[in-house]
Ligand binder design. Structure first.
Ligand code: AP5
Length: 225
């Protein structure tokens, strides 16, 4: 069993889950598990998993549940000493939520839904860049790197994700509406959902997030301030 708890970040593609997860993990010393990033890493490494998922990801569809669930379980077992987890991109549908629920010790303490209008999400995704080495997220307009095309943190190259292009973005939004959005109602019924507006700048979204979840005692214990 972990000492801490699990915070789940929900929201459409481009809502800022990865950006806010980075802020939360820095401030509260949590472990950030992004299933999207873990899958992209598998693709970069050319592993068996990477070969199985690359085309699915580039088309904007969801990777089969059993493959993603395995990543989550392995990571949580490895990081069992962690003070807590931010799950970014998991669960993504009701069966995955059921899996999390059923696995002992993995019940989310709080689920944050970051809400964003689709047209804003499309603009953000079209101008996103990420570091191919460390995964750090940038935006050409709202958070550019100091030197164009180069990661501030590790000096790696910045690139556009293959799924951040017109038609694929639309497909991801459709998949989100059909498969992931029902989780908002599911967690609301469980009484662990909080809602955060994602349209302000990253700092103001973080301030809302902190206001909503900063009261959790295990989080304040971890705070780096
Ligand atoms: P994943 O990588 O999880 O993609 P996603 O959920 O579509 O989310 P994004 O990473 O696109 O957006 P985000 O909300 O994290 O926004 P970000 O902070 O980057 O998954 C990719 C694929 O992997 C899936 O399509 C699927 O195939 C597979 N997959 C992953 N998990 C799976 C699962 N559980 N089951 C099955 N398949 C799975 O921000 C976006 C941009 O906006 C950035 O440029 C950022 O700098 C900027 N930005 C962020 N916040 C703000 C702000 N407040 N103001 C202005 N700009 C902002």
């Amino acid at each position: 069993m972990m000492d801490g708890g699990i915070i789940v970040l929900l929201g459409p593609p481009g809502a800022g889950k990865g950006t806010q997860a980075e802020g939360l993990t820095e401030k509260f010393d949590l472990f950030h598990l992004s299933t999207g990033e873990a899958l992209r890493e598998a693709v970069r490494e050319g592993s068996q998993l990477g070969l199985e998922v690359v085309q699915i990801m580039e088309s904007g569809e969801l990777v089969p549940d059993h493959l993603v669930s395995e990543i989550v379980v392995k990571c949580i077992s490895r990081e069992v000493q962690s003070e807590g987890f931010v799950l970014d991109g998991f669960p993504r549908n009701l069966p995955q939520a059921g899996f999390l629920e059923g696995a002992r010790g993995l019940r989310p303490l709080v689920v944050v839904n970051i809400d964003l209008r689709e047209e804003v999400a499309v603009r953000r995704l079209s101008s996103r860049r990420h570091c191919v080495n460390c995964g750090r997220i940038y935006n050409v307009f709202s958070s550019p790197p100091e030197k164009e095309g180069v990661c501030d943190v590790c000096g790696g190259d910045l690139a556009q994700r293959k799924d951040d292009r017109g038609e694929v973005i639309q497909e991801r939004l459709r998949v989100y509406r059909e498969e992931t959005e029902p989780l908002v109602g599911f967690y609301s019924e469980q009484g662990c959902l909080v809602e955060v507006g994602g349209s302000g700048d990253p700092q103001s979204v973080f301030a809302q997030l902190e206001g909503e979840i900063g009261k959790l005692t295990w989080l304040t214990r971890n705070s780096t301030e």
